[in-house]
Design a protein around this ligand. Sequence first.
Ligand code: PMP
Length: 466
Amino acid sequence: MTSAVAARAADVEAIRRQILAVYRERTPRSAAEFARAAEVLAGGTTGNLRHFDPYPLYFRSCGGTRMVDVDGHAYIDCFLCNGPLLLGHRHPAVEAAIVGRATLGSIVVNPPLAADLAHAIRDAVPFAERIRFLNSGTEAVLTAARLARAFTGREKVVKFLGHYHGQDDQFLVGLDPSGLPLGAGIPTNAYAASVLLRYGDFEALEKALAAGNVAAVILDPAMHSGGLWGSSPEYLAAAKELTRSHGTVLIFDEVITGFRLGLQGAQEYYGVTPDLATYAKALGAGEKIAAVAGREEILRGLYPDRPAGAQAVFQSGTGNDGTAGLAAGLAAVTSYRKLARDGGYRALFARSENLAEGLRAAFARRGVPAHVNQLGPMLQIFLTEAPATFESCAGISAWPNELFYLALINEGVLLSLPTSNHVYLSFAHTDADIAEIVAKTATVLDRYDFGALVRAATSGAGRVAH
Ligand code: PMP
């Protein structure tokens, strides 16, 4: 190691110690909760992505844009529980709807509330000729793929590198440029029919469809998990034209983009309509509900009345009639329609652009190498010297980003998922919240030399374990 790199490694170690010391000092009750939870909860949390080193925060209350941890510290929430809380925490209309449905019980067979919500969705998103409600984005995606396979009589599904579609084994592959499955326990034959392509490569898509047997092309129009690179209207239009000409079903996975990139989600934002779309997250505004929706002739696969000899597509779920999800969904969609009418989306997008610009200026003023991607009310911050592409940013060193995440927590700002530093904004975030996030970022950058950390990461110095 050269002396310059050694000096930088020493700086890195000092900064890391300081940030961790502040974190530990502020959050003793979260440390204790983690120890208690780890005795009974696998991994000490309710999901892998809720953990971060040295131990995650535990929260006791929330409201609007704020969450309060068990040590009593308030945070501006830019995590929104990974997206569902587009209306903010404890939105009055959503809370009232959940309370109001209590006399129905928590679950009841065929509640008219389901048709109420389906009509509200179709009024908002007319492409949704028919809708099936289910419990999670994962279920919606796997049902969409099954419907497409039944409709076309084909097997393969094109999936793009960097696009996340939930936890079904067939889609837990190619989350990064390596094209490998995500984590242990996924049998190779589970994703044997998944064709992995680079997003945006028109010729590769053309070739894959020409090879035949492709039931569906599925994509996340935000490319959220792979770096929030979004889509281009031209590529989506080309994908639509290609799938149409090959008789392949085009699926937009709008679990992230639905109701977020506009009332009609990515379809409105990019001006392209798919054959099927999946919804979850913002649809339920925090309650458990998801949907697969789209062209009636494809969803007809679920109908009980079949021509002789034809089999229906199976789909059923014990919780599909959950009244809290349906009631919350109805209140949420009603709120989104009102916001769309009253300029709420325009204001939210403008605020998000202001945040992106404020953050870029804060990094640039201090010479910290960073990229801030923004798409509607979502952002992602990359601390890296690499050029901004999916491939280069997917390979960035996670540790400066993790330290940035912790340093912002110490200032009272909670970003989304520590190694990715996504930011979600809600309709509840105000201009004052945006100014506060930018000011707290500036405080962090003034206090710690993140430029040195990022450069040390590039040189390979300062690899840390908490
Ligand atoms: N699709 C996309 C685009 C997602 O972002 C997610 C969740 N982050 C899912 C599907 C899976 O949704 P769920 O976690 O509700 O199963």
